[in-house]
Structures are given as C-alpha cells and as structure tokens.
Design a protein around this ligand. Structure first.
Ligand code: GTP
Ligand code: MG
Length: 359
C-alpha cells in the first residue's frame, strides 16, 4: 500500500514547507457544530467516559493530537464553524498528507445543512486531492430506533451520492458508518478508518487468518491496547458481540495488571519470566477468550468456542508466539522503511510541543 498522502496528485493553492509532523498520516474530524467531533476524539483516544462529554466546550481552534502507537498518526479536531475554504487557510496545510477526512453528522438533528456542507467540501477537496478517503460518521444513533436508524442511513447515503453524481463526481470514495459514543460502534468505525492507513494490512490479515485456522479460533483481533481500536482481524465477518467481549477483556487485564504488576521489594522471580502478558478465561457457555500481548502497543485477543482448546493451550500459546515474531517482523520492516524515508527527507529533527496520548 502506498503511504497515505504520497498518492496525492495535489495542485494546492500554496505549497507549505514540510514540517516533521507532516510525515504522519492525519485524520481530520470535521462537521457542523455540536455534531460530536470532540466527544469522539476524547472517548476513543483519551478514555473519557461518554457521559462526561456533556461538559465539553465548543472547540474554538483546531486541536491537534499526536498519537504515538503502533503507527504514529495525528487527529485534528476542527471547530464546527470553521470556514476552511476561506483564502486565509492553506489547503495544503490542512489536506496535504491526509489519511482520512472523517465527517461527523448529528443524526438526531436536521442533517440537510451538514450534508450540503460535506458535499461542498468533497467537491472542492477532490479537485486537489482526488484520492482522499472520506468517512462519514452518522453519529448519535443511540437516540434513534432501529427502523429510524436504517431510514436515516439510507437517506443520507442517497442525498450525498445523488448530489455528488449530479455534480459529475461518480463513485466517490465515501464510506458510511452508524456511530455512537455510548456503545462500541465508534471504536469499530475508527478501527476501519485506521486500518486503511496501515501499510501491510493484507499481510497482517493473512497472518491472522493462518493463525486462526490453525488454532480453531472463531474470531481474532489485533488490538491497540490504549485506544482499543483493532488494527486487523481475521477476514471472517465481524461479530459485534465477539468484538465487545474481546474489548472488555482487555480492560479486565489492564486493570488487574495495574493492581498487581507493581515492583514488590520482596518478590523474587522464580526462573525466567515472560515479558508479555498472557491470559485466558472460560465463560459460562464454554467460550474461551485468549489474550496475548504482542509488543508495547498491541495485543492479540481471540474467541475460541472449541471445548478441546483447554487441553491444547500449550499449542495455542506456541502458535501465538510464532505469530508474534512474524508480526514484529512485519512492523519493524515497515517502520524501518518509514524511518529511512523520513530521515532522508528530514534529517534528525525532533518534535516538541505536541500533546501525546501514549508515552
Ligand atoms: N446522544 C449522544 N450524544 C452525543 C454523542 N456524541 C456526542 N454527543 C453530545 O453532543 C454534544 C456536542 O459534542 P461535541 O463533541 O462538543 O461536539 P463538537 O462537534 O466537537 O462541537 P464543536 O466543537 O462546537 O464543533 C455533547 O453534549 C455530547 O455529549 C453520541 O454518540 N450520542
Ligand atoms: Mg468540538
């Protein structure tokens, strides 16, 4: 896969000088005022409890978050009222190096304005950046009935695609998600958005498929532990309940690790210790959830419904370790490539003044 931003055949109004942080793919959160952009960023990347978003103030200037994780990227949270097509804004500064444009629509409100503004944005931006990924979050669907949700979804998709094709833009690369911060849907949607930015995603999926087939896993996710976004999974259809179980299990393990993994002065290691956390639990219906930490940022969580799995834990662990080696190999290669490219372009420049979500 090409690195996001490299494929852009841009004819920007002004070409900005390249700054170090520009090398990272960028996710732009845009949409009308109070549509829920800052809430999404806070819940997904800062672990803010959804109820607390009620107290978030309206954003007045672009909030730039650098996320340092398995892959470095940036999340830019825009103020709803910002007129970024005014001549005072440098389009290259905003849309250059773009990973994805996430447009948030408040589905509980009148969305015609938001749709019109999104269409204007798409039509303008695609002239300069034709390969832009546009991700539409039809948001706050927690307040809508199942039927109304489907109707709203179809209506919005129709409105956007009709208007874009009327303007001569057929098959626009627009993807739609129903989201809410009050359930897992926003994590699921962000997972899909981020996955499109990962170099070697298909290699990762192939590796996970092989592992899942060999071990008889029903579903396997590779999670970013901090945000609980999954960066890859096997290619079987996604089952929301599996995803929820796996995501919750990470919380359990993180909580227990925080409680018990502190350095006890009298504790002496009995023999060699595994560096990575590893755990499994068998639920009331014999379903097993198996978790294994892969590196500083990632962990593999699998759902196993085969009752024989309990007797074959040694084999499962061994297969997961083999997967871990392959995974770290894939990532170190893509990181090495990235680092080489960056050092060629930028030299040894260190960044400062950015807010980091992880250490
Ligand atoms: N019911 C519901 N409310 C939500 C959801 N997401 C956000 N909200 C609420 O929407 C309101 C506005 O959220 P913000 O995140 O501040 O909206 P914003 O898009 O950042 O607004 P500006 O910064 O003014 O552009 C807050 O009261 C949130 O609690 C959701 O999924 N469901
Ligand atoms: Mg905001």
């Amino acid at each position: 896969m090409e690195a996001p931003g490299q494929s852009v055949q841009a004819k920007p109004r002004q070409v900005s000088t390249s700054k170090p942080q520009d090398a990272k793919p960028r996710l732009l959160l845009m949409g009308l005022r109070r549509s829920g952009k800052s809430s999404i960023a806070s819940v997904v990347f800062h672990k803010m409890p959804p109820n607390e978003t009620l107290f978030l103030e309206s954003t007045t200037r672009i909030q730039k978050d650098s996320i340092h994780s398995f892959m470095d990227f940036q999340v830019w949270d825009f103020p709803g009222q910002l007129e970024y097509f005014e001549p005072s804004f440098d389009l290259e500064d905003i849309f250059g190096n773009l990973g994805a444009l996430v447009w948030v629509i408040d589905a509980q409100d009148d969305y015609l304005d938001s749709v019109a503004r999104l269409n204007r944005t798409i039509l303008t931006v695609q002239q300069y950046y034709p390969n832009i990924n546009i991700e539409v979050f039809i948001h706050k669907v927690d307040g809508l009935s199942e039927e109304y949700r489907t109707d709203t979804f179809q209506d919005i998709v129709q409105l956007i695609s009709d208007e874009l094709s009327d303007a001569g833009y057929e098959n626009a690369p627009v993807h739609y998600y129903l989201t809410s911060i009050y359930d897992y849907s926003v994590f699921e949607a962000f997972s899909k958005v981020i996955q499109k930015l990962i170099p070697n995603l298909s290699t990762l999926e192939n590796l996970i498929n092989t592992l899942a087939n060999n071990c008889g896993f029903e579903k396997t996710y590779l999670f970013d532990v901090l945000s609980k976004i999954y960066i890859a999974s096997d290619t079987r259809p996604v089952d929301m309940s599996c995803y929820e179980m796996c995501s919750d299990y990470i919380d359990v393990i993180v909580d227990i690790s925080e409680l018990y993994s502190w350095d006890h002065p009298d504790r002496k290691a009995k023999g060699e210790q595994n560096q990575e956390a590893e755990s499994h639990v068998v639920l009331h219906d014999e379903t097993m959830i198996h978790l294994m930490e892969m590196n500083k940022y990632l962990c593999l969580v699998s759902v196993i419904r085969n009752p024989e799995a309990k007797e074959k834990m040694g084999l499962i662990d061994m297969n997961c370790r083999t997967f871990q080696e392959a995974l770290n190999d894939v990532f170190s290669r893509s990181w090495e490539q990235e680092r080489e490219e960056q050092s060629q372009v930028q030299g040894q420049v260190t960044e400062g003044g950015e807010q980091s979500v992880t250490n």
